[in-house]
Design a binder for this molecule. Structure first.
Ligand code: HPA
Length: 271
């Protein structure tokens, strides 16, 4: 694993020129537009990085965009890779570990999610305070390399408290309301059944989605700070009397994503 992490990091390093990002940003479904705000970008399609997994989902461009966001160097993943695409858990771990190797210290994870709270409707922004992993997958399974991180990483403070506070304050200053909540990950790719949504509410989750938790696990394991924010694109199945579609997710995320972009553009200066 170590060799391939080094190789992937080296390939990225050789292309990013003068940029020295310490902040990594993963853009979720329909949120890729934020990468357009990056000035002076170096763009690397995933296919051009040997060993890097490819993104296969519409709404996920599948490229790294490295450059300045509001004057701050960032490495941005425009389109993520999910378990449901058939990627192995270790492929996901590789992505995060190669960022760490490149010098990334803080990961900002974004996603689109379904709300489990009737008072948190589509268009809401939710800072992730904690998570529940019901994906059935864990990218840390397998032999552990102690030089990367511990065998049994602690997740008590997985989502950095100071960064969460700063993010909410930045949102307030920008005139945008952001609440906190628990994000629950399923493997997808199907949306949930109404019975599952009722169960997730009972479990104490506020939003449900198909990503992010795996990235958090890897990032925390290798010693990075993590802050996560979810863009609510719909109510959970059965909470309202209509069906869900990926297209609706994308269009709602595009809209609310503009608010998120305003907040994150300021936030990167605060880290
Ligand atoms: N469920 C799971 N993932 C999602 C949803 C949802 O309702 N909305 C956006 N991503």
């Amino acid at each position: 694993m170590k060799d391939i992490i080094d190789q992937v990091a080296l390939q990225i390093k050789s292309k990013i020129g003068k940029h020295e990002p310490k902040i990594g940003l993963i853009l979720g479904s329909g949120l890729g537009g934020m990468a357009e705000a990056i000035v002076d970008p170096v763009i690397i399609p995933y296919e051009e990085i040997d060993g890097f997994p490819h993104s296969t989902v519409s709404g996920h461009a599948g490229r790294l965009v490295i450059g300045k966001l509001n004057g701050v160097d960032v490495l941005c993943m425009q389109g993520r890779v999910h378990f449901y695409e058939g990627h192995s858990p270790s492929a996901l771990a590789l992505v995060i570990r190669s960022y760490k190797k490149l010098g990334i210290e803080t990961m900002i994870l974004t996603n689109a999610s379904g709300s489990l709270n009737i008072d948190m409707g589509p268009g809401s922004l939710m800072v992730i305070s904690d998570h529940i992993n019901l994906s059935g997958c864990n990218p840390l399974i397998g032999p552990n390399d102690d030089s990367i991180g511990p065998r049994f990483p602690d997740m008590t403070y997985a989502y950095d408290k100071d960064l969460r506070k700063k993010l909410i304050e930045t949102a307030e200053k920008t005139g945008i309301n952001m609440r906190s909540g628990v994000y629950l990950m399923t493997s997808g790719p199907n949306f949930e059944t109404p019975a599952e949504i009722r169960m997730f509410k009972l479990l104490g989750a506020d939003a449900v989605g198909m990503s992010t938790v795996s990235e958090t696990l890897c990032a925390v394991h290798c010693g990075m700070r993590v802050v996560g924010v979810s863009v609510v694109t719909n109510y959970g199945a059965g909470m309202v009397p209509y069906k869900m579609t990926h297209e609706e997710t994308i269009s709602q995320a595009n809209e609310a994503g503009k608010k998120l972009q305003r907040v994150l553009t300021e936030f990167v200066k605060e880290i």
